[in-house]
Ligand binder design. Structure first.
Ligand SMILES: [Zn+2]
Ligand SMILES: [Zn+2]
Ligand SMILES: [Zn+2]
Length: 260
């Protein structure tokens, strides 16, 4: 039987909401450099024809032309990476992590795996950590935000909490660093989103890239996807797995925690 159910979703702050009518295409995870900077790790999306998609709240919606062939939609208030629209195709790719509940789609494959970050593998255990230069370079897509930080990235933690899933579009991956050691090269489009838990999330409001998170207690982490390889990082653990999406599995053998 064909699934003609309506599915809803939106960004984290509520300023962007959408509906998509089934059937929803299975989910593809994209490891290209643009998806990695936008999401802060890598991006995963379903796709629907435009006539089965509608934006029901667009107060925060901004479109960024990320290449000659596509635009990306994100929320300028919270930075959630929501949509990817290929030119000349009557369809919308929608972040799997942005949906309410668990629609009946499954992660069906990985694309642009040659551009994956060096701190994880698209499938299976992460490779050994690389040897980075003394300084890591981080940047958004549009160039409005760029900074340097001391190497190596070290232990990278994947977070599957509801907040990270909404904001990244899939789930997040970040590493702790000393905020005072960041050297900003550009920050004319740096925006901050105050999260309900008292944290602050830094993102680019020109292109939607996820940059960093400062917890309520001051602990500071950088999104691994915005850092150029070699990072000297290695994915080490998964947290908040009790909140993970039903459409993907964790298959890398790393330690998991249902909470923090
Ligand atoms: Zn938002
Ligand atoms: Zn940017
Ligand atoms: Zn999280």
């Amino acid at each position: 039987m064909t699934d003609t159910s309506p599915y809803s979703g939106g960004c984290h702050c509520g300023a962007v909401a959408f509906t998509a009518t089934g059937p929803l295409r299975d989910v593809l995870a994209c490891h290209c450099g643009q998806c990695r900077r936008t999401s802060g790790h890598y991006w995963a999306a379903t796709s629907v024809p435009l006539d089965r998609f509608s934006v029901t709240r667009d107060d925060g919606l901004v479109w960024y032309r990320s290449s000659t062939t596509a635009t990306r939609g994100f929320c300028r208030r919270c930075g959630a990476s929501l949509f990817w629209k290929p030119e000349g195709e009557e369809r919308m790719a929608i972040a799997a992590g942005a949906f309410d509940g668990d629609p009946p789609f499954q992660l069906a494959g990985h694309i642009f795996t040659g551009d994956a970050g060096d701190y994880y593998a698209p499938e299976g255990p992460p490779p050994a950590a690389s040897t980075p230069p003394g300084t890591l370079q981080a940047a958004c897509l549009c160039g409005g935000c760029a900074f340097e930080l001391p190497a190596p990235a070290g232990e990278v933690t994947a977070c599957h909490c509801h907040q990270c899933r909404r904001l990244s579009g899939h789930y997040s991956a970040s590493f702790d660093t000393d905020e005072a050691a960041l050297v900003w090269r550009a920050r004319r489009t740096l925006a901050a989103y105050r999260t309900p838990g008292g944290g602050t999330r830094g993102f680019c409001d020109g292109c939607g890239a996820s940059l960093w998170f400062r917890a309520a207690d001051g602990a500071f982490s950088v999104e691994a996807g915005v850092v150029s390889a070699p990072t000297g990082g290695r994915l080490a653990a998964h947290i908040f797995t009790a909140e993970k999406g039903a459409y993907y599995h964790i298959d890398d053998g790393l330690p998991r925690s249902p909470g923090a």
